[in-house]
Design a protein around this ligand. Sequence first.
Ligand code: MG
Length: 283
Amino acid sequence: MSKWPIGVFASVDAGLGVNFDVVKELGIPSIQLHAPHQSTRTQETADAFLAKCTDAGVTITCVFGGFEGESYADIETTARTVGLVPEDTRAARMQEMKEISDFTRLLGVDTVGLHIGFVPEDTNSESYKNLLITTRDLLDHVKTNGQNLHLETGQETADHLLHFINDVARDNLFINFDPANMILYGTGEPIEALKKVGKFVRSIHCKDATWATEGRRGLDWGCEVALGDGDVGMENYLQTLNELGYDGPLTIEREIPEDPTQQKADIGKAVSLLTEVRTKVLG
Ligand code: MG
């Protein structure tokens, strides 16, 4: 693939991604895939989906893990339910994430992605120390499948995420940078954050959002909007990625599966915008 192929976040039967038919109709050449439900993570599903991708000329660049019981209803609920951080489900989800890595291998993909959750702020706490052990265990398994793990941004500040990655100390842990999440979760100005974590960024989301009201950031969600309509600033974003030497796909995310018509229209608009800005930035 040439530098910065357009991509989109897609779903088969789970997650907030777009249906594969839309990927095909819009002629988008790469996808990140939300892992299908446990019961459909089979060789058969992998073979059938790969055949569809080959037929449509689509490359899968990353498979994202997700778990039953996760809810993004509000920031507090997200903190309580998402990723490997919640202690009640940590061990079981780590096991399931290993299975997702195995399924990803069946697809011939070398990257798995994950929202790890709100990493505990107290780095001396038992929960934080155990999360380090859990993450290393997962990474060692992911490595046996010849894969890297990319952590999605937003639930931590850039500084805290860097601290965590350094503490985990494994060479197959990287970042999937999502600028809109920094705004949605109120965890920091996205371009500033990107510059801080840049050396770990191996995949990205092109998503946009507007900030929550001043004084409520980090407490209330910001608002996810169509690409170009929010506070990220796509030209500044792509310019910064270029300065950092990023050459992977530009994966569009539009998380409104409840309105497939609008989702498709917004993704189509995002493809046009990114194509235009890419030309401007790369010359
Ligand atoms: Mg994202």
